[in-house]
Design a protein around this ligand. Structure first.
Ligand SMILES: Nc1ncnc2c1ncn2[C@@H]1O[C@H](COP(=O)(O)OP(=O)(O)O)[C@@H](O)[C@H]1O
Ligand SMILES: [Mg+2]
Length: 382
């Protein structure tokens, strides 16, 4: 029998999407093919502390429980052992240290699945650590992760690739604090009301709000400014929200599109509440009820968006389909989309004939493929 691969699932993290990440990881751990993979759960606390597999396992809901290798279980019983992945390939794997900093064990990691959403996870930071450590990992590399996280950089790459976007502008928090009147004036002049205000680097609608007049615009900017030093403002579009899942490395494939159908005006937009609690106001429908021609266009633009940031592994591309002009606009690309049971990404693949478990197999294979592809690069001049 082939050797089982050891997959380190890293979750939690120092972002506003910590809880979502725990749910995503629980679904991954529950659905991953245990005949093929052993799972080593690794959690990062809100403060950024790395937690041992035993501590990490305690954070998971009962459906995602798993047996740990005996060596791991023994180490983790020692009080307050610290764990780390070092950016040094000669000390590879997950290292455990005792209270005095002495290394106790090194657990092999064949591939890492960073199921982290938002800053310090989806933004290239952990991807950089894994590159340094020379461990294959699921999903986008440093560049695509960073560009997918920063809505300003992402928009520039999208524009460069000829993708249609809504009108927007951006500014630094520092400039807002220096001259609020100037910022307000340019928003009113270039975009008008209603508009949407967002921190450049976040997700799950955290810090995102709609402004309908000058007073609510100021409030919205103040809110976004709590989360980031860069702020984006967009014209509010009256649009259907359609998404498409992309999987692959050099030959990415797009799923059938799905749509967030809003049943109740009470849901003003897809805020955190609507995304993650069963409010009953919105429903994710796959396939999206669109013409074949529109579905094909969505898939084509999703792949182009993925390639424009040099994506790898997976990404979910979100669109606005304007009700007035019938224009299709790209809203954003998420390099580590939600992977909970109710999340769009796995649902779109399931509807396209790729079950959650098979999808995870493909993602691990893609991680290994990308690592192999990189390892043939020459690193010397001769
Ligand atoms: N320009 C816009 N016009 C209309 N609704 C918007 C606009 N931008 C964002 N929204 C609403 O806010 C939600 C979150 O915004 P989004 O840019 O997707 O941020 P996040 O990265 O947090 O998901 C969207 O799903 C949509 O419901
Ligand atoms: Mg979004």
């Amino acid at each position: 029998m082939a050797k089982k691969l050891r997959v380190g699932v890293i979750f939690g993290g120092r972002s506003g999407e910590h809880e979502v990440s725990v749910l995503s990881a629980a679904s991954v751990i529950e659905s991953i093919d245990r005949k093929k993979y052993d799972v080593l759960p690794i959690a990062i606390s809100r403060e950024g502390k790395w937690l041992s597999p035993t501590e990490a396992r305690n954070l998971l809901p009962p459906n995602a429980q798993l047996l740990l290798p005996p060596s791991v279980a023994n180490v983790a019983n020692q009080a307050q052992s610290a764990v780390a992945i070092l950016g040094d390939p000669s000390h590879s794997g997950l290292l455990s240290f005792d209270q005095d900093g002495g290394a106790l064990t090194s657990e092999r990691l064949d591939v890492v699945f960073p199921v982290l959403h938002g800053p310090f996870g989806e933004d290239g930071t952990i991807q950089g650590l894994l590159e340094m450590a020379d461990i294959p990992y699921v999903g986008c590399g440093v560049l695509a992760s960073a560009c997918g996280m920063d809505k300003v950089a992402m928009k520039l790459l999208f524009l460069q690739a000829g993708l249609p976007l809504c009108k927007y502008l951006w500014f630094l928090r520092a400039h807002w604090q220096e001259n609020r009147a100037k910022v307000i004036k340019s928003v009113i002049r270039d975009l008008g009301f209603p508009c949407f205000v967002k921190p450049a680097n976040l997700g799950s609608s955290v810090g995102v709000s709609r402004a309908d007049d000058k007073a609510s615009l100021e409030q919205a900017i103040e809110l976004a400014a709590q989360y980031d030093r860069k702020i984006v403002v967009e014209e509010a579009v009256d649009a259907r929200e359609i998404e498409c899942a992309v999987i692959g490395n050099n030959e990415p494939r797009a799923s059938l599109p799905g749509e967030y159908v809003i049943h109740d005006e009470a849901a003003r937009f897809l805020d955190y509440e609507e995304k993650y609690t069963k409010t009953g106001h919105v429903e994710f429908v796959v396939p999206a009820p669109v013409s074949n021609a529109l579905a094909t266009k969505i898939q084509r633009l999703a792949i182009r968006a993925f390639q424009s940031v040099d994506g790898a592994g997976l990404a979910r591309v979100d669109f606005f389909f304007r009700r007035d002009t019938k224009e299709l606009l790209v809203n954003e690309l998420n390099t580590m989309p939600g992977l909970t049971e109710v999340s769009g990404y796995p649902k779109m693949w399931a509807a396209s004939g790729l079950s959650y478990t098979k999808m995870l197999n493909v993602l691990v294979e893609l991680a290994l493929e990308r690592h192999r592809e990189k390892s043939v690069n020459k690193t010397t001049r001769d």
